[in-house]
Ligand binder design. Sequence first.
Ligand code: SF4
Length: 63
Amino acid sequence: MKTKIIRDLCIGCTLCTSACPSVYEMDDEDKAIVIVDEVPAGMEDEVRQAADDCPTDAIEVTE
Ligand code: SF4
């Protein structure tokens, strides 16, 4: 599984970085970034949930 952030849509709410700190981090412009090439095993459900919960639909997930 891969995930990415549509940077222009991110409003910096930190929901995804709190839910999945091993996958997402906030950068110095308060935008979420992806810090892994592949979603780690066992984190898939959390990443799907973060994508569903993102208030601006800025998280993309590719199975
Ligand atoms: S949940 Fe969405 S809006 Fe919030 S920090 Fe993550 S990508 Fe940005």
